[in-house]
Ligand binder design. Structure first.
Ligand SMILES: O=P(O)(O)OC[C@H]1O[C@H](OP(=O)(O)OP(=O)(O)O)[C@H](O)[C@@H]1O
Ligand SMILES: O=c1[nH]c(=O)c2nc[nH]c2[nH]1
Ligand SMILES: [Mg+2]
Length: 164
């Protein structure tokens, strides 16, 4: 999703840890896996958590970038891996339009592809995920956010400017 995102779904470090562990529980039944291919950069944190839970020590990366902040452009593949993916687990933080997921599936058609979060357009591309959010939601990951002053509801509703 891009400029049309109408709402935000903020995810804390604790929630991400909990959701990635929930994904590991689901994946435990689909393994064992030879190793994990993390889709950088968003897949790196969930890949670590899942590797720890499933006792996987071999981790490779596919490096793909397609978003500048909330706007999607052409996907550029900065690093790939060889093989057809047999026995491997691909991990990303989420599928949105499914563009990134389709690229990695084409590269590794035999791998199991899992994400923590999924939006409806990308959902058919993943084998396993934990939480679905609507297509017009932008997921705010903890590495992209920091705590800041929030207006009291009454002042926000009145449209008043509050200097923190
Ligand atoms: O389903 P899609 O519409 O392709 O969107 C999902 C992809 O977009 C984000 O990556 P991004 O390109 O922002 O790079 P990053 O992981 O380095 O932040 C996210 O981490 C997924 O990889
Ligand atoms: O931080 C992010 N949140 C999202 O909802 C999203 N969709 C694609 N890429 C994304 N990155
Ligand atoms: Mg990514």
């Amino acid at each position: 999703m891009s400029e049309t995102s109408r709402r935000y779904y903020p995810v804390s470090w604790e929630q991400l840890h909990r959701d990635a562990k929930a994904l590991a529980w689901r994946l435990a039944e689909s393994g064992p896996f030879k190793g994990i291919v993390a889709i950088t950069r968003g897949g790196l944190v969930p890949a670590h958590i899942i590797a720890r839970e499933l006792d996987i020590r071999v981790i490779d990366t596919i490096c793909i970038s397609s978003y500048d902040e909330e706007t999607q452009g052409d996907a550029s593949v900065l690093k790939s891996v060889g093989g057809d993916g047999t026995g491997w687990l691909i991990i990303d933080d989420l599928v949105d339009t499914g563009k990134t997921g389709r690229i990695v599936r084409e590269m590794l058609p035999k791998a199991h592809f899992a994400t923590v979060y999924a939006k409806p357009a990308g959902r058919p591309v993943v084998d396993t995920f934990v939480t679905e959010v609507s297509q017009d939601t932008w997921i705010l990951f903890p590495w992209d956010t920091e705590p800041q002053y929030a207006k009291p509801i009454a002042k926000a509703r009145a449209g008043e400017t509050v200097v923190p």
